[in-house]
Every structure is written in structure tokens, then in C-alpha cells.
Write a protein that binds this ligand. Structure first.
Ligand SMILES: Nc1ncnc2c1ncn2[C@@H]1O[C@H](COP(=O)(O)OP(=O)(O)O)[C@@H](O)[C@H]1O
Ligand SMILES: [Mg+2]
Length: 261
């Protein structure tokens, strides 16, 4: 009986999630979400893949891997991938605008993972995004680089004359200890009125393992990796918060963009 209730509840939650995503799709068009942070190792690719696989449970998702090291494209080619999720590797000569435009025609969500560099490609990606996520480990160095990313976003906003919704995502957060660096980072961001995700991506073996085993969190073997349930809950909370944030900001941003034409 308990098992039945659990399955029914799970199916219901999934159904609601899918309905919600369909609603986003109808109301706001296909949002493009990009991960920007000039510092390497901050958790861009990992968080992008966590979000992509989570959203792909209920919608068609395309990830544009715009990092020449191609971590997500390699993940996809070495593993089995997952249905509903397509990975496009951006070539050196490709226009990121063309890639995003094409992907938006085919998918409900487009996710762009970028190289850890504040270059023209990053600026273009920001200007074509409906939402920018800035992963940050909460260290002083990551914080400085998050500030560079925000400066880049502000510059793009001035250039294209529309608001580009964005928020910092704390990543690789220690589950047990709230570090002093993190507390300082939080108050610094609050002082500057910068939006921060309530959900933090915790440092978990499962999140590392998706790349080591070229698989998704749901397909990891719980005998090989510990803390799987917590990782799944964390991934789900992150995807939900992204959807909620898109719902409140994308419509405005799109309307503003349309109004500006
Ligand atoms: N939440 C996490 N838990 C555990 N390891 C993580 C997490 N996020 C990132 N890592 C690890 O940190 C390293 C850098 O992460 P990555 O996502 O490649 O960063 P970036 O794309 O910003 O360079 C990788 O080895 C990755 O496995
Ligand atoms: Mg990366």
C-alpha cells in the first residue's frame, strides 16, 4: 500500500511538473538559460548538466556546449545520453546567435554552457539569453569573477536595451559547514542587490560521478555512489527554482524585448 501511494505521489508530482513546463512553453516561448562565470572549476558544466537532465524529464532540452573543451558533448558521446536531451557542440566558427535561434525552434529549453572566459562569445551568449545563471563557489576569487560576469551582463543590458534576468547560484557548497567565505559572499551580494538562488548545489559525489560514469543522476548505481537521494532532491529543487524564476522574469523580459522592437 505504501509503495503504491509513493508511486502515485511520484507520478502526480511529475505530471504537475510537466504541466507547469507546458505552461511556461505556451506563455513565454522557449527560454534560453546560460551559465556564465569567467572562473573555471566553479561548477558551470556540472550545474548545466544537472539542470538539463532534470528538465529533460518533462520537456525537450537542447544543451549548446560552447566550451572548446566540450565537457558536455564528451559526456554525451561517451555515455548513452538520455531521451529528450540533445547536445550541440558549438564549433569555432559557429555564430552562437544562430545556434541558439535554431535550438529555440526545436526545444522547450535551451541551455548554454560556456567556457570560463569573459570574452565576446560570453557577451553574445548573455545577450541572447532569457536567464543567466552565475555559478559561484562562494570563495573570494569566485566572488570577484561573479562580479565580472555581472558587469558583463550589465554592459549587455545597456547595449541591447532590455533587462537580462540573472542570479548567482552557489555551487559545490559543503553540506555540513557554512563557511565564513560563503557568509561574506552572501552579505556582499545582498549589499549590491544581486539575486541569489535559494537552492545551493551541494558538493556531492553523485554530481562528480555523472561525468566520471557519463550518465545521469537517475542512472547512477547507488552501490557505487553515496548520497544519491540527497543529490536527486537537490537537483529537483534547483530545476524547480529555475522554472519559478523563469516564470516571473521571462515574460517581462520578452515583453520588454517585443516592446522595444
Ligand atoms: N556540486 C558538485 N559536487 C561535486 N563536485 C562538483 C560539483 N560541481 C562541480 N564539481 C566538480 O568540480 C570540477 C569543476 O566543475 P565544472 O562543472 O567542470 O566547472 P566549470 O564548468 O565551471 O569549469 C569538476 O571536477 C566537477 O566534477
Ligand atoms: Mg565547464
Amino acid at each position: 500500500m505504501h509503495v503504491f501511494m509513493y508511486c502515485a505521489m511520484h507520478a502526480f508530482v511529475l505530471f504537475c511538473f510537466q504541466q507547469f513546463m507546458q505552461f511556461i512553453w505556451r506563455e513565454y516561448g522557449m527560454p534560453t538559460i546560460s551559465f556564465i562565470q569567467p572562473k573555471g572549476g566553479a561548477g558551470k558544466s556540472t550545474s548545466a548538466l544537472i539542470l538539463a537532465t532534470e528538465l529533460a524529464k518533462g520537456a525537450k532540452v537542447i544543451v549548446i556546449d560552447a566550451d572548446p573543451n566540450a565537457p558536455i558533448a564528451k559526456w554525451s558521446s561517451r555515455g548513452e545520453g538520455t531521451s529528450n536531451l540533445e547536445i550541440i557542440q558549438a564549433g569555432k566558427e559557429d555564430s552562437i546567435f544562430d545556434l541558439i535561434e535554431e535550438a529555440e525552434k526545436k526545444a522547450t529549453f535551451v541551455i548554454v554552457d560556456t567556457e570560463g572566459v569573459a570574452n565576446l562569445q560570453a557577451a553574445y551568449t548573455i545577450s541572447a539569453s532569457d536567464f543567466v545563471i552565475i555559478p559561484s563557489q562562494g570563495s573570494a576569487l569566485d566572488q570577484d569573477n561573479a562580479a565580472r560576469a555581472i558587469k558583463l551582463i550589465k554592459d549587455q543590458e545597456r547595449q541591447i536595451r532590455r533587462r537580462i534576468p540573472h542570479a548567482v547560484l552557489f555551487t559545490r557548497v559543503n553540506a555540513a559547514i557554512r563557511s565564513r567565505g560563503m557568509a561574506a559572499a552572501e552579505s556582499q551580494l545582498a549589499e549590491h542587490g544581486i539575486d541569489v538562488f535559494e537552492t545551493r548545489i551541494i558538493e556531492r559525489e553523485a554530481f562528480k560521478a555523472i561525468f566520471s560514469f557519463n550518465t545521469t543522476i537517475d542512472h547512477l548505481n547507488s552501490a557505487q555512489v553515496s548520497g544519491m537521494d540527497k543529490a536527486k532532491t537537490n537537483a529537483r529543487a534547483f530545476a524547480r527554482e529555475v522554472i519559478t524564476r523563469l516564470k516571473s522574469s521571462t515574460g517581462q523580459a520578452r515583453q520588454q524585448a517585443v516592446g522595444a522592437v
